[in-house]
Design a protein around this ligand. Structure first.
Ligand SMILES: [Cu+2]
Length: 602
């Protein structure tokens, strides 16, 4: 083992204690806990954001000073709270949302603002992406969003202006369905995860561009090396080190930004605040898990309880009972739990790099806690995770460097190069724009869908982890047509430069991706990088296909782990200009973003 986990945990614990000294930051007054409620929704837990329901909403985007770490810092908030109020709509109604920009002059989060309704199908000018859907909202001005709500489920909203999403401008969106839901429950809670930083998000981005590995100081040591030699032999160890060196990455690079920088929040509260969802033994509790993080994947579990997943990205799935769920940034999952036999349970969310966590509690009354489990061991990326068959265990994918890096390449240890003839193996081809491209540091050679892979750090952990393969939409393909054409796009990047793009072309240099109004198209994504990317298409559903190309799972955000190739169907039934991007905030900012233009055929 290359890391002393107990020391790491101690370090994090002491860090956490420091952070928690004044760690409970709630923008307004903490809502007093009301009497027990019989209705599923009405109960407001301590610190639960305000719930606004109906059809007419007035929202104010402003700056609020919050203290999560002992220092007061300016957050950008909606109606003064972080997260903003829960908005509760009704399917079939028409909602009006007047959003006013009340950011003070000179705010680090200004000047303009916007709200994007994530996962909601609506007219293009209501989507809230400045420069694409509308001009944004100038200081002191308002924008009236008005559209018919044609779906139901759990979603969220966030700013699409500047760095405001990282600065705290987000909230939950709940849409009650017209038809009864295919499951029942006694209580209903929003569980909104996010990652807070005291830094000015613009400065954090600048730091990433300058020093992309800042948060990954867990470099392997000489002692690790000697241990590896003992275990794997000198040759294999040297080869492995050489290969990693060539890929400009260490095997502990799991996230670009992590708990070194972030304080993780659930419903706007740190672990110390202990956000608590109350239950009575025997009740069914619905938890609407929303990952509103800028850069964090959360692995969520409740030790002692199984979770039955009933919806993904707001859309019903056949119920599947699991013990753990990985939430990519922007994903939502609705789960039902039935706590009984204990007075308190810990809801535990650790980041995928195992650098930190946030916890909350399910309890029969306020003030209780259950034990918080330790962080899982920090996983090491393997060459296989990158799609390399390195002769150290057969894997289903292989990878190589992009063309410009191949000179002097040691073919005995690294397999694959774009365009090479590898005989019977079906090699992944790559777009021309990736070749000799200084923004592309790697290409995958034999990517696979891997829908049944729990993911790095979750394999074989003794817990049943939900995978995309387990989650099947409760309905048939709502479109029904086979896709008329296929568009392949590659997720590309350069770790050291912190440059991210599609097909090696940054947004600023890219042309819009054109879809014909009404067509059913298949989008195939190939991940040519070593990071996971949650890819989000605005305005239209992403209907994920199974490994055989059949409709499988309706999503608004499709997670793409390293070494994967996944496909989904899109019904181009929404005219106009739409954003299409990685939902890791700083990947989007650095160029992993495209415009999708849906046009009527003349
Ligand atoms: Cu990304």
């Amino acid at each position: 083992m290359s890391i002393d986990y107990s020391a790491l945990r101690g370090e994090i614990a002491s860090l956490s204690r420091r952070r928690f000294v004044q760690g409970l930051a709630v923008a307004g007054a903490i809502a007093p806990l009301g009497a027990w409620s019989k209705t599923p929704w009405a109960l407001r837990a301590n610190g639960q954001p305000e719930i606004l329901s109906g059809t007419d909403f007035s929202l104010s985007v402003s700056e609020t000073w919050l203290n999560y770490t002992g220092r007061r810092r300016p957050a950008v908030t909606v109606n003064g709270s972080l997260p903003g109020p829960v908005l509760r709509w009704k399917e079939g109604s028409t909602v009006s949302l007047l959003v006013r920009n009340d950011l003070p002059r000179g705010s680090i989060h200004g000047p303009d603002t916007s709200i994007h309704w994530h996962g909601i199908l609506l007219p293009a000018n209501m989507d809230g992406v400045p420069g694409m859907s509308f001009d944004g909202i100038r200081p002191g001005e308002s924008y009236l969003y008005r559209f018919k709500v044609n779906q139901s489920g759990t979603y969220w909203y966030h700013s699409h202006s500047g760095f405001q999403e990282q600065g705290g401008q987000y909230g939950a969106l709940i849409i009650d369905p017209l038809e009864p839901e295919p499951f029942d429950y006694d209580r209903d809670y929003v569980v909104f995860f996010s990652d807070w930083t005291d830094m000015d998000p613009a400065k954090l981005f600048a730091r990433l561009k300058k020093m992309s590995s800042h948060d990954n100081h867990h470099q392997r040591t000489v002692a690790d090396f000697l241990r590896d030699v003992e275990k794997n032999g000198a040759n294999a160890t040297l080869e492995d080190r050489k290969a990693w060196g060539r890929m400009r990455m260490t095997p502990t690079d799991l996230s670009d930004v992590n708990a070194e920088t972030y304080t993780y929040l659930v419903n706007g509260t740190t672990s110390l605040g202990n956000w608590t969802a109350l239950f009575k033994p025997g009740e069914k509790v619905r938890l609407r898990l929303i990952n509103g993080s800028a850069m964090t994947y959360f692995d969520v579990r409740i030790p002692g309880l199984k979770m039955t997943v009933v919806a993904a990205d707001g859309q019903y799935v056949h119920p599947v009972t699991v013990e753990e769920i990985r939430l990519a940034a922007a994903e939502t999952f609705d789960v039902i739990v039935e706590p009984a036999g204990q007075d308190a349970y810990t809801l535990f969310a650790q980041d995928s790099a195992r650098t930190g966590w946030v916890s909350a509690t399910l309890a029969v009354r306020e003030g209780l806690r259950a034990p918080v489990p330790p962080l899982d061991p920090r996983p090491l990326l393997t060459m296989a995770d990158m799609g390399h068959d390195h002769g150290m265990g057969g894997q289903d994918a292989m990878a190589g460097h992009a063309g410009h890096d191949m000179s002097g390449h040691d073919m005995s240890s690294m397999s694959g190069m774009a365009g090479m003839d590898h005989g019977a193996m079906s090699m992944q081809s790559h777009p021309k724009t990736e070749h000799n491209n200084p923004l592309v540091d790697m290409q995958t050679m034999m990517p696979m869908p891997r829908l049944d892979d729990p993911g790095i750090g979750l394999r074989g952990n003794g817990r049943k982890v939900a995978t995309y393969a387990d989650l099947k939409s409760r309905f048939d393909d709502p479109d029904g047509r086979d896709p008329g054409r296929t568009i392949e796009l590659h997720l590309t990047g350069h770790m050291e430069k912190f440059a991210w793009s599609f097909d090696g072309v940054k947004f600023a240099q890219s042309e819009p991706l054109k879809l014909n109004y009404g067509e059913r198209v298949r989008i195939v994504l190939v991940n040519d990088t070593m990071m996971s990317h949650p890819i989000h298409l605005h305005g239209m559903w992403s209907d994920l296909e199974d490994a055989h190309g059949n409709f499988h799972l309706r999503k608004h955000t499709v997670d793409m782990p390293p070494g994967t190739k996944r496909s989904y169907r899109v019904r181009a039934d929404a005219l106009g200009r739409w954003a299409y991007h990685c939902h890791l905030f700083f990947h989007m900012e650095s160029g992993m973003f495209r415009e999708v233009k849906v046009e009527a055929q003349s």
